[in-house]
Design a protein around this ligand. Structure first.
Ligand code: G3I
Length: 337
């Protein structure tokens, strides 16, 4: 069986999201197929910094360190995911004894957290998703984020919520050699992409962003590969790297809550053909130096977040390998063109 990492060597690294447990259950497949990893959950705030305070006892690096160890043992690159996100952050980050913590305190906690992680993973993690998903699907700032509530004001008048600018500036000042990314989904077009473009321009003006992650949680029903191409080109024109950071292709139509008992040969073929079209775009864009990495959100269908979203307990088959780690037709479509 060909190795994706080898086949794509001339184009870009091939990555996969992992959990400490999947290093055990999927380790052989990962070692054979990818040359880059990202922690699916293990570097998120609630896992790595569960307790209040900023001394070593507040942190728990166990899961993340297992991933670092695996990446090092196999000579893989490692992406960092993620510092500032509205999900999976413990409530104490935004509270004090009188209720809502002040903007000053929340930003100080944010900086302390980032400094600790940047120091801990120095030399291991080459890029970080500094801010994740700060924009709504209709192109507004995500006002229901606890980060926005605490520090979403734009006191410096640059058109960007202060917490976003502060996060990027702090990461840049603390770890000048690390690549700093803004990461989001549904940014292939529309008002959301417009907003991300203006955000990246503002951050670029300050010299504090290096890349944009297009997550790539797509399906058999869209987005169209040419729309993806245009988004990559529009973002790359801002003089930043573009990566696809969380790729998977659900077999369900968005909004459909029905369940399938199995992946039929017909759907498997459709999925293969979609994957082939996306990877054609990726190779073209890599050749034009506009796309620098592709990371799958998992490696095989026995472990995918889509089994619990948007319908809990519904099986989905979004990846290139099946539940027994055998290559699907989608794998062949991506590996042989
Ligand atoms: O660890 C707890 C466990 O102790 C508890 O018993 C169990 C009960 O529900 O939950 C476990 O945590 C779950 C965690 O995944 C680990 O599996 C959370 O409930 C669950 O919400 C969490 O889901 C993760 C999700 O982010 C959270 O928003 C998914 O695994 C992860 O794939 C997903 O990843 C995100 C990216 O970070 C950002 N982009 C979108 C992407 C998909 O949603």
């Amino acid at each position: 069986m060909p190795s994706l990492a080898t086949v794509y060597e001339p184009y870009f690294p091939i990555g996969a999201a992992v959990e400490p447990q999947t290093l055990l259950s999927q380790g052989n497949l990962l070692a054979a197929q990818v040359n880059s990893l990202v922690a699916e959950n293990a570097m998120k705030w609630e896992r790595i910094h569960p307790r209040p305070g900023d001394d070593p006892s507040s942190y728990d690096f166990t899961g993340a360190d297992a991933i670092v160890e695996f990446a090092r043992a196999h000579g893989m690159r490692l992406r960092g995911h993620t510092f500032v996100w509205h999900n999976q952050v413990p409530p104490w980050v935004f509270q004090d004894s009188s209720g809502q913590a002040s903007k000053t305190d929340v930003l100080q906690r944010m900086r302390g957290h980032m400094s600790a992680l940047l120091a801990h993973f120095r030399g291991e993690v080459y890029c970080w998703d500094v801010v994740n998903e700060a924009v709504t699907d209709t192109g507004e700032w995500r006002a229901d984020s606890p980060w926005f509530r605490a520090a979403g004001a734009d006191d410096d008048g640059d058109g960007v919520p202060d917490y976003i600018v502060q996060a990027f500036e702090h990461a840049r000042a603390t770890a000048p050699g690390v690549k700093l990314f803004y990461n989001d989904y549904n940014i292939e077009g529309g008002a959301k992409l417009d907003r991300v473009v203006s955000l990246v321009k503002a951050l670029r003006g300050r010299g504090v962003v290096d890349g944009v992650g297009i997550q790539g949680h797509w399906s058999l029903y869209g987005p169209g590969p040419e729309l993806v191409r245009s988004a990559i080109e529009r973002l790359a024109a801002l003089d930043v790297e573009v990566q696809v950071t969380e790729l998977d292709l659900s077999v369900y139509r968005p909004g459909d809550s029905s369940s399938l008992a199995e992946l039929s040969p017909g759907l498997a073929a459709e999925q293969a053909s979609r994957y082939a079209s996306y990877f054609k775009v990726f190779r073209d864009e890599a050749e034009a130096r506009r796309l620098t990495a592709v990371t799958f959100w998992g490696i095989a269908d026995d472990h995918t977040w889509l089994d619990s979203f948007p319908v809990t307990g519904r099986k989905d088959w979004p990846l290139l390998f099946d539940t027994h780690h055998r290559p699907k037709s989608a794998f062949r479509a991506v590996a042989q063109w």
